[in-house]
Write a protein that binds this ligand. Sequence first.
Ligand code: CUA
Length: 174
Amino acid sequence: MNGTLFFITILYSIVTVIGVAVYFVVIASTKRGRREGGGEAPIASMHRAEPWWAVFALVVVTVLFFGTLAGVPWLNRAKADATVNVKALQFVFVMQPATVKAGNVDFKVTSDDVSHGFGLFDPDGKMVSQIQVVPGVTSTLSTKLTKTGKYKILCFEYCGVGHAQMIGQFEVTK
Ligand code: CUA
């Protein structure tokens, strides 16, 4: 687990704990209200507290926004060492070039016919990443490939009778 992932995990855990705590506080206050016979809610004091709740919400959203900015992938995109142009069509992936050196790779993917999916699997069969392929649009998938060997590309979007056989291949060398 890298630093960013660890940070996000901790952050989400804290937010979850706070959320659950608020849930129980609300339940407890409802029960207390019933026990005390209900009656009118103290609207005036609640009204006075309203701006502070707005400030609280603003602070929470601001902290979450800046705190998670480091995890946004397209802000940290590394400069590509190699670019692979991929054309997806029923029912093949045309890769150009079909061999790249290990490093940061940009896949520029487009479709000539219908929507496809570009699912990238490493030589151990583990999924690396995936991207949607839409006709008329070139989508970029930036990823770091360190394992050498034969990678597979599976189509992730039902695109016709040959969809299941739509498997591409390319190689990463040292
Ligand atoms: Cu292409 Cu499914």
